[in-house]
Design a binder for this molecule. Sequence first.
Ligand code: HEC
Ligand code: HEC
Length: 353
Amino acid sequence: MYSKFKLFLFYLLTADLKSTYSTILSGFIALLIVFIFVLVGIFIYTKSAIKQVDSIKKTEVFQVPDSNFTHVWTAPSDWRMMYLTDSQKELVLYGRELIAHTSDYLGPKGSVRFMSNGMNCQNCHLNAGTQPWGNNYFAVESTYPKFRARSGTNENQIKRVNDCFERSLNGLALDSTSREMRAILAYIKWLGTDVEKKVAPKGSGIYKLKLMKRASDPKKGEAVYLAKCQSCHQADGAGILAATGKSYTYPPLWGKNSYNVGAGLFRISNFAGYVKYNMPQGTTYEKPQLSDEEAWDVAAYVNSMPRPAKDLSRDWPDISKKPFDHPFGPYTDSFSENQHKYGPYGPIKEFYK
Ligand code: HEC
Ligand code: HEC
């Protein structure tokens, strides 16, 4: 009887143990599965959370701004002219008028003298030379006279202003004692009010774009031109004359009435930096519409088109001082005129380091 009971007990025990084992095992497996699910869940969640944070970062309003485009210099307000004498004020205002409407006075149908191509200084020096990164005159009063390697001389403002008359406006020099020259100088001095001597304030002149690794490409630039410039500057690059016939509604970009090959804009880096932050019309440094590549390529296209010549034989008396993108040899390096004109500029800059 007793042994039978023992057997029974044993049976019970082992049966129970067996089921306990399997309960533990299946419990363990179940736990493992839950654990894996939780892990996968956490993984998926964190991944999507990271993605979300990334997209928030991308649309972040308070990105660290590029300091080249904050707190840029601006022109003195007009009300401050009340501190000028009447004759000073008159001269400054005439100077501004001449910059904005040059051709009405000094163009092919000008009321003072015929000495330039119909363009206005303002066509390139936007808002009468006051637009930040719009080729303004803020650094002129503070930095001239200065040595310029192009002429190899110490240049005063009269020489610099006449450079643009003779090159950008493909015309003649303005008499240094004329009322017109005195007015332009007075206006430039006015714009330089408050600018520290020798300092070029932030946003003055033309922005220097980062160089591309490749050469700029006139072919790609043509496509940019068709899409984004032609509507105003026209298919033949000749622009559109205003109804008065005295100046341009849309100034020419090439051809006989455009700037000549000695002008600053004929250098592709200047052209690219100018259009990047100022064209198509209405663009400013705060809202550029062209990518850097588009700016370089359209610069290459426009500057590959025909334009007036200019005797440059007396420029750059020290040829080693020619800028990297000066398109005319001889050079002290062995890069071709073509590479100097279109790039890639990296190797040229490297050579002169
Ligand atoms: C076709 C375009 C164009 C026109 C038109 C033009 N300029 Fe310029 N001007 C330039 C460029 C480009 C520079 C050189 C900018 C640089 O090198 O940073 C320049 C530079 C200057 C500078 C020196 C600026 C500095 O900070 O050193 C003065 C002054 C100037 N121009 C005056 C004039 C005057 C006055 C007129 C009208 C008679 C005129 N420009 C018309 C393109 C033009
Ligand atoms: C909506 C019309 C319009 C479009 C589009 C336009 N421009 Fe202009 N552009 C102008 C006007 C107007 C001026 C003269 C600005 C002034 O006098 O205030 C000008 C001036 C210029 C100048 C300096 C003056 C000159 O004739 O040399 C250059 C260079 C220039 N534009 C290049 C371009 C390029 C490159 C594009 C295309 C990416 C472009 N523009 C698109 C209207 C336009």
